[in-house]
Design a protein. Structure first.
Lengths: 442, 332, 286, 197, 190, 201
């Protein structure tokens, strides 16, 4: 079975919510929709305080090349457009909407019917995806329409669909592949047309045999698409690792996948593309896994963007008394929250509740130079070295040692027996090195 | 109040920890210790205990009163240093010398550089070489193995097999005439020979090594390349003239080679990080060991070889980087 | 004069002469035009070529000094400070006489005033914490308390105070500015030392609106503007919800600190005031 | 007062060996015993004294370009004088210091003081400087020699500390002991310097 | 075989820095970076060879015949220093790149025990000119080995945050001591 | 006084003067010390000889080639009242731990060793330097032995000499030096006396 070669770790999988079907979460009282839910420039609001909006209505426009439109996820009145506390505790601009009923913008097809015929041209597809504010659902929230435009002089050979879900605990993609498989496959076909590629490969780790099975059965109707089971290994979902595993090509350091003829999209993105193109529905809801060992009912919810995370936790049985940490995303790459009243955004794939006993980091010792971090780094870097160079402010050396190649997968910090804050220090190093490199280009 | 914790990703961590690794090593040392206690009796036990206790003591004193940092005596690394230091000195060594060795190991070779993980040279080996140069007389008297004895003084000493062969060859005697003077290979393998406390039984050490390999405490690269290069080099010389150069198997099972290759060269702190670095390091150790054993003044070269290669580690780490992802474009 | 003496004098003398001639010729023939200041500086150096400065000999140091036009971090063990001072005067590098300055920490969000709302784990540096979240106390501008500034100080002029968790600048600060650069939140400012080392400054840089700021921290500047009105010398400006005292205009009249409703204005090294009814918060005592 | 400071600075604050790290080779090479250290130290002090004096006398007669060769010649002369005298009257010491006597000529300390101090100061100060630095050097060498002798042979200035025991920790008589001993003595001197500052 | 003994002896057994204590100042001073120590080694190689040749000639064709060997020290240092200064001046003009890589170390070496020491030892050992050259080159190689190894270790220690009191010279000397201990293992190779 | 300009003439002249003055001074010192140095050397030789042979009033020196080649050895025949009381042989070996060892071996005219003292060595202090009489009485074991009947080898090599602990190499080398002295002695002196004795018979 295929997998990527270099490094990788095997954290316990803990897919607690694996068999919980996707439930639709009831509407909250207010939603808070941040203006920056994607990689790139924040969107500019096009509504004012007091305006009444419908679900699916454009409320903020992404005007830069790398930016994305934002639509209202509910119907109601705009309460304010102001700074609110975001996941990190800093304050960012957001539109707060008081929910009144559930009225949708016209032209949005809310039926469950599967529409297979693709009528739009590639160009139209891209502009539809752009218009509907689709961003990558795999975590990076990179505006998808950008990735659907092949740069001049390059050709895409493969569309790679990321159904790996290598993060422990998370199951939203898994459920999506089981419950919305056909829609997703149509979405993939749409993306193939936009990119003008013949082949699409869906990579799925073999801890999801039911999903592999299910998709394989459906594939006969969708030529050009294949499913490839992969050996479980974190971070297989990283796009460079996935490309290596599936087509054995290495994206060169500092380059994009298109360099080796690949474009990677997440299964959730394909589903969102389907809805945008065939149903005219903007990205206003998503599947979120709510899980954790202390939680009563680990679940998968279909949630409107902007719903407070507290609501999700409540719906999954309430926050356990001895919760020590709440993480937005997976345990390896997610962000820990200082406040659970922050909203779900386009990039929220899961909410993870850790008990106090589970969360603590190990006491920090000196690095014993065991080399484990270097041996598991999927990018072939030397985390111990990068960390120490970064903490000595030696950013030129960091650059030399390819710190910018780090995908922040967290494997190194996970594995280190000395509990070194490797990734923490590497992140600082990446930031500063990035600044250094940019200042040189100026 | 129950505050939420904030930290950077990731949020899950392995169960591995420094002390788990260290105690794993200690556990794997048990067979070798038992063999030596059997052959050298109470003297070996005393030397081992003294070394361990004094290493821990010095580590504690220095961390607490000189560096004034956190005290980590129980992370196990000082215990290993003590145990390994004891394992590479003769069982008949006066205990006060063992204490000096411990002071040198911990105080000079480890704490001078800031403690665990920061030292450049293997502490136990620095201790041993220091003793060897300081007290050549005492460090050259090796007790003869007996079955368990409680004798502490007037131990009968004799040369180690390596010394017998080296001395003999230097006098122009033939290897085939010398081999009958040393124990048979089975005895050499099991540990029935003169030598330092813990180095005598290649077999027991191998057992410990296999345990550490399975537990992933060490990797195969260093022991394999070290032992391999010794066998190859000794083999070449042996094929040139078997009457002057003893056979490779003899090199493998005598002296501190096995202990060195499995426990000392593999000390992660003082060995290279990347796979190829480790292999180069192992080969360097093997080469130097043979050079010193065969051409140098000392019958045994493991300690010097590893220390010298320790000094090369920073350069090796610079020169042998892991293969980076996307370094060379390979398509297809 | 016996024979040995004669031979000695002749042979050594001719060696010396030859050396001088050859050196002169070579020096003439292979002249390289260089910054004349290098020669001047090299002349001042001991010429021991010991390498103690970390450069390859005296001339190398001289070249480096002239190239960088600075003496930062350069020293000459045999020559000592006198030599360096001399070079400084030759090159005109002395710091022009200035009002003495000192680093000032502009935050008082101690553990008590801004109680922690979450717990932080990980690399205990302000740099990383800053990039990760707003801080345990919740103030996105306030001191994180992990002491990057203290670490950066080469002069042992800062320490972290145990109870408050805030850094304190000691008197021996040379205002090198290292801590200013090290603080990811730009909390530290180099200010005039003031007469008799007396200083008045607003110990807060939170630009959030008053209410929000106050929610996290009891001693935050809430931008109420009372001090601005109080100051007779126009030394206080209000921008972005935060008051700032211009040390060039401030006359140390001590009028503003009492009017601040949150005690955000600090005065240092003044004689104690007559006791006031309310208890005053004074975390940063130098 | 100033002269006194000038004189004593070489003892701790600017100790040529431990603080300035000058003239390390003889400091390490000959200090197998306190006596050797003392001998070497005094020999160096003599050269220092002589060269500082002469250099401060002739400093204005020498054109810049041949300044260094001239100073070297002056120093070398004094070294040779020491060499010859010692060979004649202290042959044993001469033998044990061996190569390091002629090498005084390249001792950075001697050249450094000649250049840095004597070529800029009058005779009086130059002599004081030479004495101070020389004695600091002697102190350093004697100390290192003493430490090495005590640890390496359990004796000091040839006097056995433990009657009957002559073999100490040999390392300290050999090369590694010199480095190690000096390493820790530097720590001591840094500490003393801090204390006295 | 004799040359082999000279080479091994000079590089390993009697390493100029670690066993003979010559050239310690640059060993401690110019070993902060691997790149500079490589440059330094090159310069030492060059000067040591040159100085050995010249002093050999001076000794055998001037001092010895005129019976004024007591002028050894003074004539050597005079000749070596002038020579090096000359080479430096020429190098600076002729090849600025080489000067940057090697030349800047030249003045540092002039007044250095290693050069003088090897020149004196060549005479003491009664070598022929060729042996002397081999001797000098091997010693330079020994110097290079010691200083480059050491520079690697120092670069590494730079990142290790040693205890404050140990930083700099003390740690460097202790490392040198342990290195010297380790090099004693080469004893008896020749 | 202003510094002199670096003109050609100034440079050459001053350097010449400095070197000339230096060499003149040195030559003077040399002349003054030449005598004491020679004396010191001679005293040392005399002292070494007197340590290994019985009291004497006259010395005669001769050089002999050792039978295995190599540098010739200096034989000092010591006479008391014109009677040969002993022969001090300045011998050497290159088999020391580090470099050459030279020693003075004293023989009685009948071939027995009267005493041995080292002259120069570079052996390791604390180990090999036990050949030094002031460091250890190890070399006393050579007194009064007859190399004819005693094998001058360390016990390890099946000889009769106790090695120095942990410094067998030095001990071996010392034996080698003494053996060389004896061999030469036997070749050139003993055989002659034997011949003379034989003639007399
Ligand atoms: C500045 C920038 C430009 C990008 N341009 C393209 C592009 O032209 N085509 C494309 O397929 N992906 C593009 N990407 C997307 C990346 O390849 C990648 O999918 C995205 O960063 C998220 O991946 P991750 O979740 O593995 O980090 C771009 C990303 C960045 C940051
Ligand atoms: C360490 C790492 C792990 C990732 N794991 C996954 C994953 O399990 N599933 C996934 O869909 N994307 C994962 N991603 C994101 C992908 O790299 C990539 O951004 C995504 O598949 C692109 O698709 P999208 O733009 O549609 O999100 C991971 C990224 C990184 C850096
Ligand atoms: C630094 C050092 C110095 C040594 N010095 C001597 C010495 O002076 N004489 C000597 O015979 N052996 C010397 N040795 C060699 C060892 O002591 C060697 O083991 C010993 O000579 C072998 O003889 P043994 O059989 O007595 O142990 C020295 C070894 C080292 C490492
Ligand atoms: C596999 C392994 C081997 C070790 N070998 C040694 C050793 O040879 N000598 C020693 O002092 N410590 C050894 N240690 C312990 C520890 O790493 C050592 O004390 C550090 O070098 C101290 O910084 C070893 C540890 C491990 C895990
Ligand atoms: S976080 Fe970066 S450095 Fe660490 S293992 Fe992942 S890619 Fe490597
Ligand atoms: S895993 Fe941790 S202890 Fe091991 S080398 Fe990396 S940072 Fe050091
Ligand atoms: S870093 Fe500089 S400015 Fe800051 S406290 Fe220290 S000396 Fe003062
Ligand atoms: S002032 Fe800045 S650098 Fe210093 S502790 Fe506070 S946040 Fe950190
Ligand atoms: S004293 Fe030898 S190089 Fe400085």
């Amino acid at each position: 079975m295929k997998t990527f070669k270099l490094g990788g770790v095997h954290p316990p999988e803990n897919k607690l919510s694996q068999s919980a079907t996707i439930e639709v979460l009831p509407l909250p009282e207010t939603v808070t929709i941040p203006l920056s839910q994607h990689l790139g420039v924040p969107a500019n609001p096009v509504v004012k305080k007091g305006d009444s909006v419908k679900a699916g209505q454009l409320i903020a426009k992404g005007e830069a090349f790398i930016s994305a439109n934002i639509h209202s996820s509910v119907s109601g009145t705009v309460q304010k457009i102001d700074d609110v506390t975001d996941t990190s505790g800093y304050r960012k601009k957001a539109i707060v909407i008081k929910v009144e009923g559930d009225e949708w913008e016209e032209g949005i097809d809310l039926s469950k019917d599967l529409i297979k015929d693709i009528t739009l041209s590639p160009k139209e597809i891209v502009s539809r995806v752009n218009e509907k504010g689709i961003v990558g659902m795999g975590g990076a929230t990179f505006p998808s329409h950008v990735k659907l435009m092949v740069p001049q002089g390059k050709t895409a050979e493969f569309l790679i669909i990321n159904g790996v879900e290598c993060e422990p605990y998370l199951t939203s993609d898994h459920r999506l592949m089981l419950e919305k498989a056909e829609e997703m496959l149509v979405g993939i076909q749409i993306q193939m047309r936009a990119l003008n590629v013949e082949k699409a490969i869906i990579g799925i780790e073999n801890n999801k045999p039911d999903a592999i099975e299910h998709l394989r059965k459906l594939l006969t109707e969708y030529p050009g698409i294949s499913v490839e089971p992969l050996k479980v290994k974190y971070p297989q979902g990283g796009e460079k690792q996935l490309i290596k595993a599936l087509v054995n090509r290495e994206v060169p350091s500092g380059r994009l996948p298109i360099e080796v003829g690949c474009v990677v999209h997440n299964v959730g993105t394909s589903f969102a593309v389907y809805e945008a193109v065939q149903k005219n529905k903007p990205l206003v809801d998503r599947v979120v896994t709510v899980t954790g060992k202390g939680l009563k009912e680990p679940s998968n919810f279909l949630v409107r963007i902007g719903t407070p995370i507290a609501n999700l936790v409540e719906a999954a049985g309430g926050m356990p008394e001895n919760t020590g940490k709440v993480v937005n995303g997976g345990p390896m790459m997610g962000k820990s929250l200082s406040d659970i009243n922050v909203p779900v955004t386009k990039g929220t794939s899961g909410i993870l509740l850790f008990l106090q006993a589970e969360t603590s980091r190990k006491p920090v010792h000196n690095c014993i130079r065991c080399g484990r971090c270097a041996s598991i780094c999927p990018m072939g870097l030397e985390p111990y070295l990068l960390a120490v160079l970064s903490s000595h402010n030696r950013f030129e050396d960091c650059e030399e040692e390819k710190i910018m190649d780090c995908i922040e997968c967290g494997s190194c910090l996970y594995i280190c027996p000395s509990g070194r804050p490797l990734l923490d220090q590497i992140r600082i190093g990446k930031n500063e090195t990035g600044k250094l490199i940019r200042s040189r280009h100026k | 109040m129950n505050l939420l914790t904030v930290s950077g990703s990731p949020h899950v961590y392995t169960e591995e920890s420094v002390s788990k690794i260290m105690y794993g090593v200690l556990f794997s040392l048990i067979p070798a210790a038992l063999v030596s206690f059997y052959f050298f009796g109470l003297a070996a036990i005393m030397v081992t205990l003294t070394a361990i206790v004094s290493c821990m003591f010095f580590e504690f004193i220095i961390q607490k009163y000189l560096i004034k940092g956190p005290v980590t005596v129980f992370d196990g690394s000082a215990i290993i240093t003590g145990a390994l230091l004891a394992f590479i000195v003769p069982a008949s060594l006066p205990l006060w010398m063992v204490v000096i060795g411990s002071l040198v190991s911990i105080g000079m070779a480890k704490m001078t550089f800031g403690g665990l993980g920061k030292n450049i040279f293997n502490p136990a080996l620095v201790g041993r070489v220091f003793l060897m140069i300081s007290f050549p007389v005492e460090m050259n008297l090796y007790p003869k193995p007996t079955s368990f004895s409680t004798q502490l003084t007037d131990i009968i000493t004799g040369p180690t097999p390596l010394a017998v062969v080296k001395e003999g060859v230097a006098q122009g005697e033939k290897v085939s005439d010398l081999l009958p003077e040393v124990p048979e290979y089975v005895n050499l393998l099991m540990g029935n020979m003169g030598g330092s406390v813990g180095e005598i039984s290649a077999f027991a050490i191998l057992l410990g090594g296999i345990y550490m390999l399975i537990k992933k405490i060490i990797t195969w690269e260093i022991p394999a390349s070290y032992l391999g290069s010794v066998v190859i080099l000794a083999g070449i010389l042996w094929m040139i003239d078997p009457e002057v150069y003893v056979d490779p198997l003899f090199h493998l099972v005598t002296g501190g080679l096995m202990l060195g290759a499995i426990y000392m060269a593999t000390d992660m702190v003082t060995s290279p990080m990347s796979r190829w670095g480790m292999i180069v390091y192992g080969i360097g150790c093997g080469f130097l060991t043979i050079v010193i054993r065969i051409f140098g003044a000392y019958p045994e070269g493991v300690a010097f070889a590893i220390l010298i290669m320790n000094a090369f580690v920073p350069l090796i780490n610079r020169g042998f980087k892991p293969k980076r992802f996307g370094e060379e474009v390979k398509n297809g | 004069m016996n024979e040995i003496t004669l031979i000695s004098v002749i042979s050594l003398g001719s060696l010396g002469t030859i050396a001088a001639i050859v050196l002169y010729m070579v020096a003439q023939k292979f002249k390289v035009i260089e910054d004349p200041r290098i020669d001047i500086v090299a002349d001042k150096l001991p010429g021991a070529n010991c390498g103690g400065c970390g450069y390859a000999g005296c001339r190398a140091l001289a070249e480096e000094i002239v190239r960088k036009e600075s003496l930062d971090g350069m020293n000459c063990p045999p020559g000592g400070n006198e030599v360096i001072a001399e070079i400084a005067s030759v090159l005109g590098l002395e710091a022009t006489e200035q009002d003495p300055t000192i680093a000032v920490v502009r935050c008082s969000g101690s553990r008590e005033n801004a109680p922690p709302k979450v717990k932080y784990e990980g690399d205990m540096t302000c740099a990383f914490a800053h990039s990760l979240f707003a801080g345990e106390g919740g103030c996105p501008n306030g001191c994180l308390g992990y002491g990057d500034c203290v670490v950066s100080c080469d002069f042992d002029a800062m320490y972290m105070e145990e109870e408050t968790g805030l850094p304190v600048v000691k008197d021996n600060c040379v205002s090198c500015g290292a801590c200013v650069k090290a603080c990811p939140r730009r909390i530290i400012e180099i200010r005039k030392r003031g007469k008799k080392d007396r200083r008045i400054f607003v110990s807060c840089i939170n630009v959030e609106k008053g209410g929000v700021a106050r929610k996290n921290c009891k001693v935050a500047c809430i931008g109420c503007g009372k001090c601005v009105k109080e100051c007779k010398f126009d030394a206080i400006v209000m921008e972005n919800n935060i008051a700032y005292i211009d040390y060039n205009k401030c006359t140390l009249c001590r009028k503003c600190p009492p009017v601040c409703p949150t005690n955000a204005i600090h005065e240092l090294n003044f004689p104690p005031r007559k006791p006031r009814p309310e208890t005053k918060n004074e975390p940063a005592k130098a | 007062m100033k002269q006194w400071k000038n004189f004593t600075k070489g003892f701790i604050k600017d100790n040529p060996v431990y603080i300035l790290l000058l003239g390390l080779c003889p400091a390490l090479g000959v200090t197998t015993s306190a006596f050797n250290g003392l001998g070497m130290g005094l020999a160096t002090t003599f050269v220092l004294l002589g060269s500082n004096t002469v250099v401060s006398i002739i400093k204005n007669l020498i054109p810049n370009k041949v300044r260094i060769p001239s100073f070297i010649v002056v120093i070398a002369s004094f070294v040779t004088i020491v060499q010859l005298t010692m060979e004649a009257y202290m042959p044993d010491l001469f033998e044990s210091l061996g190569l390091f006597i002629p090498l005084i000529v390249v001792n950075c300390l001697v050249m450094g003081r000649a250049e840095a101090f004597a070529s800029k100061n009058n005779i009086g100060s130059s002599i004081v400087d030479a004495m101070g630095m020389g004695l600091g050097f002697t102190l350093a060498l004697t100390m290192l020699g003493g430490v090495r002798e005590i640890l390496g042979a359990y004796s000091i200035f040839g006097i056995q500390l433990i009657p009957g025991v002559t073999d100490g920790m040999l390392v300290f008589v050999l090369a590694p002991g010199a480095f190690i001993g000096m390493g820790y003595l530097i720590i001591l001197f840094n500490y003393l310097k801090k204390k006295t500052a | 075989m004799e040359y082999f003994a000279i080479i091994i002896g000079a590089i390993f057994v009697n390493n100029i820095v670690l066993a003979q204590f010559l050239g310690i100042c640059p060993y401690i001073g110019v070993s902060a970076k691997v790149s500079t120590s490589v440059g330094m080694s090159g310069a030492v190689l060059f000067v040591m060879t040159l100085a050995t040749i010249v002093t050999f000639l001076i000794y055998n064709y001037v001092l010895e015949p005129f019976n004024i060997t007591y002028l050894q020290t003074i004539s050597y240092i005079l000749v070596i220093s002038s020579l090096v200064q000359m080479v430096e001046i020429i190098l600076k003009k002729v090849s600025p790149e080489l000067y940057q890589a090697l030349g800047i170390f030249l003045p540092l070496i002039t007044t250095n025990c290693a050069i003088m020491g090897v020149a004196l030892l060549t005479i003491q050992n009664e070598f022929t000119l060729l042996q002397g050259v081999v001797f000098a080159i091997s010693h330079a190689a020994g110097f290079a080995l010691a200083i480059i190894l050491f520079a690697g270790i120092r670069e590494h220690m730079e990142l290790m945050d040693l205890p404050k009191a140990m930083r700099g010279a003390p740690a460097a000397l202790v490392v040198a001591g342990i290195l010297a201990l380790a090099f004693m293992g080469f004893a008896g190779l020749v | 006084m202003a510094k002199k300009e670096s003109t050609f003439l100034n440079m050459v002249l001053s350097l010449f003067l400095v070197t000339a003055a230096a060499s003149f001074t040195l030559a003077t010192v040399y002349n003054l010390t030449a005598e004491p140095i020679a004396q010191a050397r001679e005293a040392k030789r005399q002292f070494a000889i007197s340590q290994v042979v019985p009291e004497f009033d006259r010395l005669e020196s001769k050089m002999f080639l050792p039978p295995d080649g190599g540098d010739s050895l200096e034989f000092n025949f010591a006479y008391l009242n014109n009677e040969l009381v002993g022969i001090a042989v300045n011998t050497w070996t290159n088999r020391g731990y580090s470099g050459r060892i030279t020693a003075m071996v004293g023989f009685y005219p009948d071939g027995r060793i009267s005493d041995v003292v080292h002259l120069q060595h570079k052996e390791t202090p604390g180990l090999g330097d036990k050949i030094d009489k002031s460091k250890s009485d190890w070399s006393d074991q050579f007194k009064d032995i007859d190399p004819e009947t005693t094998t001058l080898k360390v016990r390890k090599d099946n000889g009769d000499i106790d090695a120095i602990t942990a410094a067998t190499i030095t001990a071996r080398a010392y034996c080698d030096a003494i053996q060389r002295a004896y061999d030469t002695f036997a070749d050139h002196v003993l055989s002659q006396t034997k011949q003379e004795e034989g003639l007399e018979l």
